[in-house]
Design a protein around this ligand. Structure first.
Ligand code: NAD
Length: 271
C-alpha cells in the first residue's frame, strides 16, 4: 500500500515508517524537519525498502498540497495516512502541578495565569488542526477506493496530565475527532482509528522525563509507579496495533476506536 506518515522524522513515527516499509509498503515520510525524515528514508532504502522524505508543515495548507503532489507523482494515491506529527511546548505548560502563589512572583516560573495564548494555540493547532488539515490533503485520494487513517492520541485524552493543559486538550480533541471522522467517512469505506501511546521516552518529552544527567525526574518516577507494567514503552511495542488497524482483513469492521498501548496506565486507578 501507499502510506503517508507525518512526523516521520521523529522517534515513534520513524519506527512506524521502518516497520511498514519492511512489510513491503511504499512509505512517504512527511516532516517539518526534512533532514530528519531524509535520514530515516535513506536508512529504509539502504535496507531495501521503498521510501521518500517530503518536507511538509501540517499547519500549512499550501505545504500539504505540495507534499500531496509529490506523493501522488511518486507513488500514486495515498491509501493509508498516519497523522503522527504532534507534541507539546513549554509555553503551554505550567511549572507546578498544583497552583502555587509563589509562581506568580517568580519570573522563571509559569503559573496558570502566565500560560501564553500563542503557546497554547500552537500546541492545540499542531496536534488537532495538524491532523485535520493533513487529512483534508490526503483523504481525497481515498474517496473512491477506501482507505485507512490512524491518528496518534495520548493518555491525556482520557484524563489530563498535570502541567500540560494545552497538550491534554489537544489530544482529547484528536480522540474525539477520530470518532467524528470515522462516522463521517463510514459510507465511503475509509476507516479512522487512533492509537493512544502510554509513555515512551522520545525527544518531545525528554526534558519532562529525564534530568540533564540522564536520571529519572520525579515526574518519571510518578509515571512508572502509575504504570502497572513498571516501565516506559519501546516504540516497537506500538507496531502490532498499527499493523492491525491498517489491515482490512483483520480490522475491516473497526472504525472510530482509540487503542491504548500503555502498560496498563489508563486502566489503573492508582490504588
Ligand atoms: P518526536 O518529537 O520524536 O517527533 C515528532 C515529529 O513531528 C518531529 O520529527 C517533528 O519535526 C515533527 N513535526 C513537528 N511539528 C511539525 C509540523 N508542523 N509539521 C510536520 N511535522 C512536524 O515525538 P514522538 O514522541 O515520536 O511523537 C509522535 C506522536 O506521538 C506525537 O503526536 C506525540 O504527541 C504522540 N505521543 C507521544 C508519546 C510519547 O511518549 N513519546 C505519547 C503519546 C503520544
Amino acid at each position: 500500500m501507499n502510506i503517508v506518515i507525518t512526523g516521520a522524522g521523529g522517534v515513534l513515527c520513524s519506527a512506524f515508517a521502518r516497520a511498514l516499509a519492511a512489510d513491503g509498503h511504499k512509505v512517504a515520510l512527511l516532516d517539518l524537519n526534512l533532514d530528519a525524515a531524509e535520514k530515516v528514508a535513506a536508512e529504509i532504502r539502504a535496507a531495501g525498502g521503498d521510501a521518500i522524505a517530503v518536507e511538509a508543515n501540517v499547519l500549512d495548507k499550501e505545504s500539504l498540497t505540495a507534499a500531496h503532489e509529490t506523493v501522488l507523482n511518486t507513488y500514486g494515491k495515498c491509501e493509508v495516512l498516519v497523522n503522527g506529527a504532534g507534541g507539546n511546548n513549554p509555553k503551554g505548560t505550567t511549572t507546578s502541578e498544583y497552583f502555587d502563589k509563589a509562581d506568580l512572583l517568580d519570573e522563571n516560573a509559569r503559573s496558570f495565569f502566565d500560560l501564553d495564548k500563542d503557546g497554547v494555540s500552537f500546541v492545540f493547532n499542531l496536534n488537532f488542526l495538524g491532523t485535520l488539515l493533513t487529512t483534508q490533503a490526503f483523504a481525497l485520494d481515498m474517496l473512491e477506493t477506501g482507505g485507512s487513517i490512524v491518528n496518534i492520541s495520548s493518555m491525556n485524552a482520557y484524563t489530563p496530565l498535570t502541567k500540560i493543559p494545552a497538550y491534554s486538550g489537544a489530544k482529547a480533541a484528536v480522540t474525539n475527532f477520530t470518532q467524528w471522522l470515522a462516522v463521517h467517512f463510514a459510507n465511503c469505506n475509509i476507516r479512522v482509528n487512533a492509537i493512544a501511546p502510554g509513555f515512551f521516552a522520545t525527544n518531545q518529552n525528554r526534558t519532562l522525563l529525564f534530568n540533564p544527567d540522564g536520571s529519572l525526574t520525579p515526574r518519571s518516577h510518578k509515571i512508572i509507579s502509575q504504570t502497572p507494567m513498571g516501565r516506559f514503552g519501546e516504540p516497537e511495542e506500538l507496531l502490532g496495533t498499527l499493523r492491525f488497524l491498517i489491515d482490512n482483513d483483520a480490522a475491516g469492521f473497526i472504525t472510530g476506536v482509540t487503542i491504548p498501548v500503555d502498560g496498563g496506565f489508563s486502566a489503573y486507578s492508582g490504588v
